[in-house]
Ligand binder design. Structure first.
Ligand code: 13P
Ligand code: SF4
Length: 398
């Protein structure tokens, strides 16, 4: 499609979905949750979850992302970031049910990487990701047409962050690109620049910019931002031709909240503090911080830190709270003064987990995430290209 015919996509009904009522099958946020949930105040919920999980035994494998609530993490067989959990899901071919306590795009990746006889389940289908929602496949296809019109598509390699829909991973696979996560984005860019001259990075502009500038040595001026809500992405063909990194205009609503001011404030508040942030943070925040790295890097850094050291962490609050509790010998504070949970990660709670496990026990597979086979085939190619990067450990293959 040419830029002249560009039409803004209709907004999705976020407010309705947050109330758990609407249905938006085109959105990463998923659709309504069927069935009657146990009431959150039921004092027997923990016992019910324990009983259902014990009765299911090895038939069920529960994965918990680091940003999940404590009440959910308690029942996780394994915890991790999105990359580690995808790998862990694939490493359990004997489990009939993979209950994914995380968000929708993670469950999709687990479905792509596991055997088709295994059911991947997301306890609340409204647990999506606002960043992944910022790139719809139709918008991305239109953007690629803009790159074709500018004469640069054949020298451009698409790289998509794990935090994207399966359809966008498949688009990336079809166009010679790869998936990346926050722990291997630098290696993915290094690979991409051996395959082409430019990178089209989706959907997190901050991870793309931080990696390109801080790890690949590009200048800020080498990066342009493609705004899907503007004709031609809001860029001229000359701007596109001159750019090395074409960054999609997407961001994480949780990590995007931190600012350079919050970093300056925490340095005043906590003398001698080391500021450690996730690369989904804005570039100014990463520049102002002392260390930047993926969720797993943050955990490893705090585990290795000496007693008595002080840390301000810029990532999701559930993880920061758990790190603080696990390390009483260190001072660990949240980077921002105000509360900053990821609202969609928090959709998965104990009532949804109990509802899921009890249904499985009664022979009902609820909230199964199944990626269309053709989409899964191409998405798997993009995932496998990531797994083949030097230093990235592989998952079991079908
Ligand atoms: P990782 O799981 O790769 O650390 O990504 C952070 C995140 O925002 C997950 O939604
Ligand atoms: Fe999406 Fe950000 Fe929440 Fe992760 S923390 S699920 S990127 S909104």
């Amino acid at each position: 499609m040419t830029t002249e015919g560009f039409v803004d996509p209709a907004p999705t009904p976020l407010a309705l979905l947050l109330l758990g009522r609407g249905a938006d099958p085109d959105s990463e946020r998923g659709v309504e949750c069927p069935g009657d949930l146990p009431v959150a105040s039921d004092p027997g919920l923990v016992a019910r979850a324990r009983a259902a999980k014990a009765a299911l035994g090895d038939r069920v494998f529960v994965l918990g992302h680091h940003y999940q609530r404590d009440e959910v993490i308690e029942f996780a067989d394994v915890t991790g970031d999105s990359f580690k959990l995808a790998r862990d899901a694939a490493a359990r071919p004997d489990a009939e049910f993979i209950v994914f306590c995380g968000v929708h795009f993670m469950a999709e990746s687990a479905d792509i990487l596991t055997d088709s006889s295994q059911a991947v389940i997301l306890p609340d289908l409204a647990a999506g990701c606002s960043m992944a929602d910022m790139a719809a496949i139709a918008q991305v296809e239109d953007a690629w047409d803009v790159l074709l019109d500018a004469g640069i598509a054949d020298v451009t390699v698409p790289i998509t962050y794990m935090n994207s829909t399966a359809a966008i991973k498949a688009f990336t696979g079809r166009h010679g690109g790869a998936v990346c996560t926050s722990s291997n984005a630098a290696r993915a860019l290094e690979w991409a620049f051996t395959m082409g001259q430019k990178v089209f990075f989706l959907p997190d502009q901050h991870l793309g910019r931080n990696t390109a500038v801080l790890e690949r040595g590009l200048a800020l001026g080498d990066c342009v931002v493609f705004d899907p809500h503007k004709p031609g992405g809001g860029l001229t063909a000359d701007q596109l031709r001159a750019a090395t990194m074409i960054l999609w205009k997407g961001h994480c609503s949780v990590h995007g909240r931190f600012t350079a001011t919050t970093v300056a404030e925490v340095r005043e508040r906590v003398p001698g503090v080391t500021v450690l942030v996730h690369p989904e943070c804005q570039h100014e925040v990463v520049l102002a911080a002392d260390l930047v790295g993926s969720t797993e890097f943050i955990i490893r850094t705090i585990d290795a830190a000496p007693p008595g050291s002080s840390w301000a962490i810029g990532t999701e609050l559930n993880l920061v709270k758990r790190l603080a509790l696990a390390h009483p010998d260190k001072t660990i504070v949240f980077l921002d003064k105000s509360v900053c949970f990821c609202s969609t990660m928090n959709r998965i709670d104990l009532p949804h987990l109990v509802w899921t496990l009890e249904n499985l026990l009664e022979g009902r597979v609820v909230n199964r995430i199944e990626v269309d086979p053709e989409v899964a085939r191409w998405a798997r190619i993009a995932l496998d290209r990531m797994l083949a990067l030097p230093g990235v450990s592989a998952v079991a293959k079908d």
